[in-house]
Design a protein around this ligand. Sequence first.
Ligand SMILES: *Cc1c(COP(=O)(O)O)cnc(C)c1O
Length: 390
Amino acid sequence: MTSPDTTASHGSDRLSGVRELPLSTPIWQVSDYAYDTAEHYEDVINERRPGQVYGRYGNPTLEALAEVLALLEMGEKSWVFTSGMGAIHACLMYFAGADDKVVASRTLYGGTYGLLTEGAPRAGIEVVFADSTDAPTFDRALADGASLAILESVSNPTFEVADVEGIAECCQRRNIPLIVDNTVASPVFMNPLQLGADVVVHSTSKYIGGHHDMMGGAVVGASEAVDGIRHLAIRYGTTASAFESWLALRGIATLGIRMKRHAENASALAQLLAGSDRVENVLYPGLPSHPQHERAVKIMSGFTGMVAADLGTKERAWRFMDSLRVARVGSSFGGVRSEVTHPASTSHRQFSKEDLLLAGISEGLVRISAGIEDRHDLIEDFSAALVAAS
Ligand SMILES: *Cc1c(COP(=O)(O)O)cnc(C)c1O
């Protein structure tokens, strides 16, 4: 007879009595596994036999998420991380090391800028910034001994559309890997691997999760690169958790219809803002006035749910933001609720004064993430805030 303590601590070994295919991927809330023999475990951990190892190495829920992301981005393989920054960090360290030079787009998410200006130099990596909307300009920066290129397909927070195709050609010619952060565009509206990128990264905390409730990141690309990047995630301890991955999977189920609604709402807001004499400039790839509108039409199947509006001064920008009632002043983007951010003072505060200027992030710039609310409620809200701001 086993004692009750042993019975209780072992629980049940029964996996499940379910023969039917579950229509939702279960959360594998498990960190370690039992093997038939010592040799069995040795084979699995050395990848001579397929199988699970330990939470930091992966988990069936994470693998399900990675599989969907690889399909959506049309890549061979994918791996998922604790956050978008975890994914970008692993990519950076996989492709670059001491004495290497990285060329990055001048307009980037503040966290990525921080990693490149604070983290990269600590690893002996030099970083230069260049204009990723113009391939010849970017290529001149690559010419000077670069070993890696990083850009955002649609930049945060000015929504420039990078010349992904043109820069991918330059990188291929020079044998330099190209990492493209596709967070803002989402895999629904652009697939950078199809345009020549080597690796796509995502912050799944944004559109992919989409409900303001999870953190995660992903890389998608050729098997060899993704395997190497995954190996670093295991070393750095940045593999995604099962629960967060499950939330991302749950979010992905509605990604297509959400992106459609986000884009419809953003387009309506962009038109409203562009028609107002209280706004100095509106940045939305769907507006014909956008500097890369033609490129957006060519390489994107939608214009994202993000809009930037320049209200002229920080005071007016803040007053505008504080006057909104349906949309809220928020810290992120890509979720079902509309939020607005003042990048210069918050998400992009890491930027030096000169780099803010180069990136086109003015003091009056407001970043708008259109949610999936009713369009008329948003129009009413933003119209009233425009009046209140002036
Ligand atoms: C948010 C964001 C990141 C970082 O992702 P986290 O999940 O917050 O770590 C990277 N790139 C872009 C474009 C982002 O918007």
